[in-house]
Design a binder for this molecule. Sequence first.
Ligand SMILES: [Zn+2]
Length: 138
Amino acid sequence: MLIRMKLALYNHLIMYSRHKLPDEACGFILGESADFGYQATYLVPIDNVSPCPQHQFLMEPSQMMKALFSPDKKIIGIFHSHPLSEGIPSDEDLQSHWHTLPTHWIMSFQTQQPSLSIFHIKRAPLTSPRKLSFEIDQ
Ligand SMILES: [Zn+2]
C-alpha cells in the first residue's frame, strides 16, 4: 500500500505542526482510495485540548465529531505530531481506538529536520504498527 500526496499537503503538515510547537498538533487526513493505496488530499486541523498537550493529544470533541460525520469528506487517516520524540507510535497511540482508520500519520520534530512517518496499525491479535511508503508529488 502506497500513500501519495501533493507537496502542498506535506508543507501544510509541517507548517501547522511547527505553529503548534511545543504542543502536539492533531487532525484528520482526508483523501480517496486508489489502486495503489490512498491519495491524501487535505489536513483538517483539530484543536488539541489535552491537559498535557506537550506529551499527548486529545481532539476537541465538537470539531472531531463534525469532521467524523461530515458526509462529503472521507477521512483516510489521523495525524499528530511528536514535538520531541521520534516518529513512531507511542504505547498510548497504539492503545487508542484510532487504529480503526487505515493510516496513522506522525510528524516528528526530534531532529532539526521534521520527518513524516505513516503507519498502518493493526490491532488484533497483537497491536502492531507497519510503516507505509509514501510519495510526494509536485
Ligand atoms: Zn503519538
